[in-house]
Write a protein that binds this ligand. Structure first.
Ligand code: ZN
Length: 569
């Protein structure tokens, strides 16, 4: 049967020898056969401190001060949870350097030590033990190295299913995690067991059929760890990941675009696609992306994917949870720095300067914004759970592109002050100076049909206006203005009475007629996008962003559109 039926059941306990063997097999395959993307080049300095896990049976580990020595190490991604896990502090640093008794460590750490030993490695990096937690200086020095700690590690062990450091990494069907019944107690409900028998050879076996896509979409990303903001950078920057999820073991690496799971371990061979879509930051070449990149169907397919990858990660990140909102930029900095290094695009408070027109057109689903965290023009002002770049996706998937347009907005200056002068770190202040066509919203709405993306504007208020609430499945009529407010604010309902709101034209985007079979061919569509800006009282020509807007149709015209230079804070 091997070679024909490759699916296998999920183990009851992922600390079993069979599971370690599978992890060893995945790692060996990746180390020996995945050359270009998965491998770290050259000999590498260890992180400042790493856990020396010692011998398999030893009851002790210790914190090893590397002093720049070279070596290989694993990393751990885990949820801290409500209670602080075991930490290294100024007071216990010396003791930890000598000896840590494993039985005093939380279960997740103990499991990670066992995995490191079983895979034959000596060093393991765990944030709470390898950074001195009560030293601000140490935290600052070490956090800027996080990029290389994850990207140069041999493997990232990901404790997906555990809500905190005490629950342990290994999923066992015999226990309940977080009060939940394990999602897939064996035999898995989506794993159909079919007894098979060959009368010719007399061979008897069991065929396991599984709902692989259901499994992938339904479970893996629901685990605790995948909700955490900091973990996205750890996942993106790690070249190889061994994930202990609530539905079994999974493998991913820079060269395997989809998850290779316990039920089908041999997918590690089938899934390797060097030229597949860009799924890993390591597939982005060190090659300057042209500024204001415009889609070129003949040569630019991969470049579109590079742009797409960025906006995909931002959207994914903003939907994750952070304990402290001031971590909004620091927790994303590893991804931003790596992307910026590879593409040559400059990064300012979440925006790629060379792609600023698209980058400014993020859209929220009405979550509160916090201008203490970021300037109003940055997506980072939005709280957990809700931005998209719908325009980006339209442009990409409908092959839309910029239209050469003399009236598009120009960037005059972008000035961001960061804490500790780290351009990827926490933002203290930021101003964006743009020059473009402006119009008072109040005046514009007198003559233009318009729609709100949110339904909280009362119909009473809108009577006798050109306003219509939007509902699902609408079609935006040609020439009508659609307003997407950033927050669900009461004051939105009186927007058209107010004279302090302005609309700034960003640019026109157009789809090319699609080639290919008739069913996919579409007529070209043109749309113009805008920022909605509110005057800041007492500051001349200074504004705060409150939303975006869009007109389906060609360029806006008329003498009331004035070229202005505006500062957005
Ligand atoms: Zn690999």
């Amino acid at each position: 049967m091997p070679g024909i039926f490759t699916s296998r059941p999920v183990a009851n306990d992922s600390s079993s020898e069979a599971c370690f063997k599978m992890a060893q097999y995945w790692l060996k395959t990746c180390l020996e056969t995945h050359y270009s993307l998965c491998q770290v080049q050259g000999s590498l300095s260890l992180p400042t401190r790493v856990l020396d896990v010692g011998l398999l049976e030893s009851p002790f580990v210790n914190l090893y001060i590397s002093n720049g020595r070279h070596g290989q190490w694993l990393t751990l991604s885990h949820c801290w949870g409500e209670t602080q896990p075991a930490t290294t502090t100024k007071a216990n640093l010396n003791n930890h350097s000598t000896k840590i008794i494993i039985s005093t460590l939380p279960q997740t750490f103990r499991d990670a030590i066992l995995i490191t030993r079983k895979l034959g490695y000596q060093f393991l990096w765990i944030d709470s033990l390898c950074i001195v937690q009560d030293s601000l200086i140490d935290w600052q020095e070490e956090s800027v190295k996080m990029n290389t700690i994850y990207s140069n590690a041999v493997l990232n062990i990901s404790a997906d299913a555990a809500a905190d450091s005490f629950q342990g990494i290994f999923f066992s069907s015999n226990r309940k995690i977080d009060g939940r019944t394990p999602l897939l107690p064996p035999p898995r409900p989506d794993l159909i067991q079919i007894p098979v028998h060959s009368p010719k050879t007399g061979l008897k076996s069991t065929l396991f059929a599984n709902g692989w896509w259901l499994h992938y979409n339904g479970f893996l990303d629901n685990d605790h760890l995948q909700e955490r903001g900091w973990v996205l950078a750890e996942a993106v920057l790690s070249r190889r990941r061994l994930r202990y999820t609530s539905s079994g073991l999974a493998w991913s690496c820079a060269q395997v675009p989809s998850l290779c799971e316990e039920t089908r371990p041999h997918l590690i061979h089938d899934l390797v696609e060097q030229e597949a879509y860009i799924h890993s930051v390591y597939q982005i070449p060190y090659e300057s992306l042209p500024p204001r990149y415009v889609h070129e169907p003949e040569t630019g397919g991969r470049r579109w994917e590079i742009i797409d990858w960025w906006y995909g990660r931002v959207s994914e990140y903003i939907n994750r949870k952070l304990t402290f909102q001031h971590d909004k930029f620091p927790a994303f900095s590893g991804i931003a720095k790596t992307y910026s290094n590879r593409t040559g695009y400059r990064y300012k408070a979440g925006i790629l300067v060379e792609d600023f027109r698209r980058g400014l057109l993020w859209q929220t689903c009405g979550r509160p914004v916090d201008i203490e965290v970021a300037p109003s023009w940055s997506w980072a002002v939005v709280g957990h759970g809700g931005i998209t770049f719908p325009r980006i996706y339209e442009w990409i998937y409908a092959h839309q592109t910029y239209v050469a347009d003399p009236n598009e907005v120009e960037l005059i200056d972008i000035c961001v002050t960061n804490l500790h002068d780290d351009p990827f770190g926490q933002v203290i202040s930021g101003s964006l100076i743009l020059q473009g066509l402006c119009h008072g919203l109040h005046e514009l709405l007198k003559t233009t049909e318009f729609y709100f993306s949110f339904g909280w504007v009362s119909h009473e208020d809108c009577r006798d206006r050109n306003y219509r609430p939007l509902s699902g499945g609408y079609t935006l009529s040609q020439g009508a203005l659609k307003l997407y407010m950033d927050t669900k604010d009461e004051s939105n309902s009186t927007l058209w009475r107010r004279e302090d709101i302005h609309i700034l034209r960003i640019g026109m985007f157009s789809s090319e007629p699609m080639s290919g079979s008739i069913e996919y061919r579409q007529p070209p569509v043109e749309a113009t996008s805008f920022l909605l800006l509110q005057e800041i009282p007492g500051l001349e020509a200074s504004y705060r962003r409150i939303g975006i807007a869009r007109i389906l149709g060609p360029n806006v015209e008329g003498p009331d559109w004035k070229m202005k230079t505006v500062t957005i804070l």
